[in-house]
Write a protein that binds this ligand. Structure first.
Ligand SMILES: Nc1ncnc2c1ncn2[C@@H]1O[C@H](COP(=O)(O)OP(=O)(O)OP(=O)(O)O)[C@@H](O)[C@H]1O
Ligand SMILES: [Mg+2]
Length: 319
């Protein structure tokens, strides 16, 4: 694969991203006094802004790499839900699959920042199982949006979007359509039947098998994981140690070392990994080639502050 072909390989390649939708809010200001009401600082607000989180950050990453991202997920029928949709439109994502669920609350994570420090984080997440009617709506939207996509990503933040039935259905659907199905998992919804490749970090992998990922030889662990699932491969993301790729039936595991660079913020690196995997596998690249690209792209975003994305130009430069 040549670097210069990457752009055209990813350009306009459409990926369906299904998952938990989160709105990240940042309230920034300054502190000059302590509240007379309680021993807490008073933040005088200078700026308020929102960013797309959860599965929407995967979509953002796909878009940044030149692909087209179609988002399917649920927000609340509240003002934050509207804000989420408008932010997603602004970001150039296809938003027709975002469902405002009646009686549901948009998941919002608000950080109050002062003088470059987080003062408090306020989470608004009344999650819980998605009612049957809403699940049916989600299925019909996936059914509609899956036409013409090169890959499907499940971005599971364990916020209630996925039921076991839904995941089973997605596994069947992607096999029927013969498209790669990539999962950023959470232990609660293991084993993600029908997945092509799953990308757990250490904690998630430990949750699957109820034992820690060994620090030495990971091969037996990876083999056991595949023996308990029907995945074609697993890509363990190991933070500053990079990644380990194991393909079903192989006698060895491929370790991909992390790119050494100045690390600013590792949040969202996992989202970048699945975004690249979906575009690369969707374009017909091998697991190994895709993982090498994902590792390079992840090393670009950990060098940026905040939840970031990697552009196709940055990816080419980092290769
Ligand atoms: N400190 C680091 N230095 C270099 N690369 C890193 C570092 N941390 C993460 N990465 C890259 O990012 C990839 C994913 O990181 P990690 O294993 O932390 O995923 P994660 O825990 O799912 O992240 P997230 O916070 O997005 O959920 C790694 O496989 C590696 O390529
Ligand atoms: Mg992750």
């Amino acid at each position: 694969m040549k670097k210069n072909d990457l752009g055209s390989l990813f350009r306009n390649s459409k990926v369906l991203v299904v998952g938990d939708l989160i709105l990240d809010r940042f309230i920034t200001g300054s502190v000059r006094r302590i509240s007379p009401e309680a021993p807490v600082p008073v933040v005088e607000v200078a700026e308020e802004k929102s960013a797309l989180g959860g599965a929407a950050n995967v979509a953002n990453n796909i878009k940044a790499l030149g692909g087209t991202a179609v988002l399917v997920g649920i927000v609340g029928d509240d003002s934050f839900g509207k804000e989420f949709v408008s932010e997603a439109k602004k970001a150039g994502l296809e938003t027709g699959g975002i469902i405002p669920g009646r009686g549901r609350t948009t998941i919002v994570k608000t950080r109050v920042m002062a003088h470059h420090q987080q003062v408090v984080r306020v989470d608004r997440e009344k999650t819980g199982a998605v009612p049957a009617a809403l699940q049916a709506k989600m299925r019909s939207l996936i059914e509609k949006k899956i036409a013409g996509v090169k890959a499907l990503v499940v971005s599971d933040y364990a916020k209630g979007t996925f039921s076991r039935e839904m995941l089973k259905w997605i596994g069947d659907k992607t096999r029927e359509k013969k498209i790669p199905y990539i999962v950023d998992p959470k232990p609660a919804n293991f084993p993600y039947p029908g997945a092509t490749i799953v990308t757990p970090n250490r904690g998630e992998a430990q949750g699957f098998l109820n034992k820690p990922v060994p620090s030495g030889d990971i091969l037996p662990f990876a083999k056991e994981l595949l023996s308990k699932t029907d995945w074609k491969a697993v890509l363990l993301t190991l933070g500053d140690e990079g990644m380990a790729l194991y393909e079903r039936g192989s006698s060895k595991i491929e370790k991909i070392p992390a790119r050494v660079r100045e690390v600013y913020d590792v949040t969202g690196a996992g989202d970048t990994v699945v975004a690249v995997m979906s575009l690369a596998l969707g374009a017909g690249l091998s697991f190994r080639e895709s993982a090498l690209l994902a590792n390079s792209a992840a090393s670009v975003v950990v060098g940026k502050i905040g939840t970031a994305t990697c552009s196709i130009e940055e990816l080419k430069r980092s290769l």
